[in-house]
Design a protein around this ligand. Structure first.
Ligand code: COA
Length: 369
């Protein structure tokens, strides 16, 4: 008998400051349309001096545990997926557990595979429960990141920060299918060498890898469940969420899938416009939150969804590893309690201007501090 498992509780934590990409464009002497229309970006969530990847993870975890309502003694696994490493040895899960006062009979570790690290953590928690090794215990899984590029880097408008936390147990928020569709290739498209504060990026290679990974994963899903028909695959799901480094990258991936599948332009535009573009509203308010970005998109779709609503979730991590998951909304999705938290975090943010941002980058240039 297959065990009931999935997401029992979900929560988001955003940092307390925000910068409009149009202000960044003006600061850098660039046409704002490049950032808004060319890349599809909107706002960049930024940490204050009191915030970092640990406080974001801890904030999301606390909210997820509180809403779950279970006993923390019943948590047997604590995993944090991130690419904002605090230490080469001590896992972020230990930093986070310290911040929320969690100790006991649980396994604790950090997962890393660029932006795919949070998905790996979630998959491991689901499979741990399904294997029976969990003996009924729950898992706390958090995807948390602070995405900062060097000042003036072309990636600067795609910065962001945030965390998404899950309690993996009964599938009240969503069930996640145990079958998933992965594709990996060892490349250097985006990496951060030890001792360096900011990533190195081969942008065009990254876009190519992302497109190829998306096609390979969706084709495997189409072959397994929809007779190889990619259009039927996209039609089937109420929404297809993607990892969102910036929205134009997602649009290009859908176009790539359409070109390979032989869709006409109207079909690509319809599927992108109805199934994909509406999933990125929260991402446009946050920017790239690396491991959390896909799950912000998924959280936005699940909030208010009728029970049984099916969605697909495509995860990409540079290096590169991809995996396509399929989910079904549970009974708690309709209420979507995390949406009010997201909106409150957005409403409470301090909007900083370009000169404040520039001064902050000068005194605090390092991403992970
Ligand atoms: N008005 C409207 N659009 C404009 C414009 C303007 N004034 N000026 C430029 N654009 C468009 C370009 O035509 C281009 O659109 P297209 O790609 O549809 O052709 C887009 O804006 C970007 O311009 P480009 O010159 O390619 O940007 P760039 O060289 O400054 O690179 C990034 C910016 C973000 C694409 C690049 O830094 C990058 O690839 N970053 C990393 C990607 C990533 O995050 N990888 C990790 C994945 S997890």
């Amino acid at each position: 008998m297959r065990m009931r498992t999935g997401i029992a509780s979900l929560a988001i934590q955003l940092p307390s400051r925000v910068l409009d990409v149009r202000d960044l464009a003006t600061l850098r002497g660039i046409d704002p349309d490049k950032f808004t229309k060319g890349l599809g970006c909107g706002e960049i969530a930024l940490c204050s001096d009191d915030e970092n990847v640990v406080t974001l993870a801890a904030g999301a975890a606390k909210r997820a545990i509180a809403r779950w309502g279970g006993d923390v003694k019943d948590i047997g696994l604590v995993v944090v997926g991130s690419e904002t490493a605090q230490d080469m040895s001590r896992p972020l899960s230990a930093f986070m557990a310290e911040a929320i006062g969690l100790e006991g009979a649980y396994r604790s570790y950090e997962t890393k595979h660029a932006c795919y690290g949070g998905t790996v953590a979630l998959r491991q928690a689901l499979e741990w429960r399904a294997s029976g090794a969990a003996r009924g215990k729950a898992a706390l899984v958090v995807a948390s990141d602070v995405a900062l590029y060097a000042p003036k880097d072309p990636g600067e408008p795609t910065q962001g920060a945030g965390a998404v936390a899950f309690v993996v147990e009964e599938p009240t928020v969503a069930s996640v299918d145990l079958e998933s569709y992965a594709w990996s290739e060892p490349v250097f498209d985006f990496w951060r060498p030890v001792g360096e504060s900011f990533p190195r990026v081969d942008g065009p290679l990254s876009l190519d890898c992302y497109n190829r990974g998306a096609l390979r994963c969706f084709q495997q899903l189409a072959d397994a469940r929809f007779g190889g028909d990619l259009e039927a695959t996209f039609e089937h799901f109420a929404a297809s969420c993607f990892h969102v480094p910036f929205p134009k990258m997602v649009k290009k991936a859908v176009r790539h899938i359409g070109e390979q599948a032989g869709w006409d332009e109207a079909t690509t535009a319809r599927l992108y416009g109805t199934k994909v573009d509406p999933t990125m509203g929260w991402n446009r308010q946050v920017g790239n939150s690396y491991t959390a970005a896909l799950w912000m998109s998924v959280a936005s779709v699940l909030a208010g969804a009728d029970e049984g609503t099916e969605l697909a979730a495509f995860s990409y991590g540079s290096g590169f590893g991809t995996e396509l998951l399929t989910l079904r909304a549970g009974p708690a999705a309709k209420e979507g309690a995390w949406a009010a938290e997201f909106e409150a975090d957005v409403a409470d943010r301090e909007r900083i201007d370009a000169s404040t941002y520039e001064a902050w980058r000068t005194v605090r240039p390092v991403a992970a501090e």
